[in-house]
Ligand binder design. Structure first.
Ligand SMILES: Nc1ncnc2c1ncn2[C@@H]1O[C@H](COP(=O)(O)OS(=O)(=O)O)[C@@H](OP(=O)(O)O)[C@H]1O
Length: 235
């Protein structure tokens, strides 16, 4: 059968991972940029910044309104510090976290700083809900992905209508890394952890700064819990 006549399904899933979204990606303009999806396949796309990019919901909906959306979220305060740690690793001499997070010393929280703005999950989700119903989303807890990877991956498999192939027996806790790792890499026989840029130490941020950010995010977090029907336990 020529490739053109193979039945093509709409894209099965888009992964929007929000652990450490970066800004600047252009959302896919059309299906022509994606590979064809054959019967029994799921096409996945992981671009963290889509969740926070203004035009992404409209454009992805126009491409395929049946898209499933998976969003990985973690405590926005930890997320901001993680984001800062990532930038710091590439930009020595970066001002302190505190200097970037607040205007005028310990003045108002600077929501123009992307590390802070990305954590306003309720605001970003509101834009998506204008195009996609809540049932199209799976919200994965970044914290449980570390404490119970098999449980969270199990939810992902269910959401995608897949058999639960990945289970507890695929993971072990690597004490050196401080994170779960795979007992065997795909197609290999050796254990495999994520790379050095995942799970690196965070810089120390003064408790007063953390506390102020916690207070700032609390109402947004609660709104997000209401919108998703899930309590992520961040405060
Ligand atoms: N198993 C395992 N191993 C290592 N790291 C893990 C794991 N599970 C989740 N995490 C968390 O993933 C965070 C980085 O993932 P990101 O998706 O944000 O990375 S990136 O945006 O693609 O750079 C990374 O954030 P940091 O801890 O701030 O580095 C981790 O906390």
């Amino acid at each position: 059968m020529p490739a053109d006549s193979v039945p093509v399904r709409p894209f099965g899933a888009f992964i929007l991972c929000l652990d450490r979204a970066h800004t600047g990606a252009t959302p896919l303009a059309s299906e022509s940029l994606m590979p064809r999806t054959l019967e029994g396949q799921i096409t996945m796309e992981k671009t963290p910044s889509y969740f926070v990019t203004r035009e992404a919901p409209r454009r992805i909906h126009r491409m395929s309104p049946d898209t499933k959306l998976i969003v990985v979220v973690r405590d926005p305060v930890t997320r901001a510090i993680s984001d800062y740690a990532q930038t710091l690793s590439k930009t020595p001499g970066l001002p302190s976290f505190r200097a970037l997070a607040f205007r005028r010393g310990l003045g108002p929280v600077d929501t123009a700083w992307s590390a802070v703005r990305i954590g306003l999950y309720a605001q970003h989700l509101a834009r998506w809900l204008r195009y996609f119903p809540l049932s199209r989303f799976l919200f994965v807890s970044g914290e449980r992905l570390v404490s119970d990877p098999a449980g969270e991956v199990g939810r992902v498999q269910d959401f995608l209508g897949l058999k639960r192939v990945v289970t507890d027996k695929h993971f072990y806790f690597n004490a050196t890394k401080g994170f779960p790792c795979l007992k065997k890499a795909q197609g290999g026989s050796r254990p495999r952890c994520l790379g050095k840029s995942k799970g690196r130490p965070h810089p120390r941020v003064p408790e007063a700064v953390v506390q102020r950010l916690r207070d700032f995010y609390r109402p947004f977090n609660h709104r997000f819990y209401q919108m998703t029907g899930q309590d992520f336990g961040w405060d």
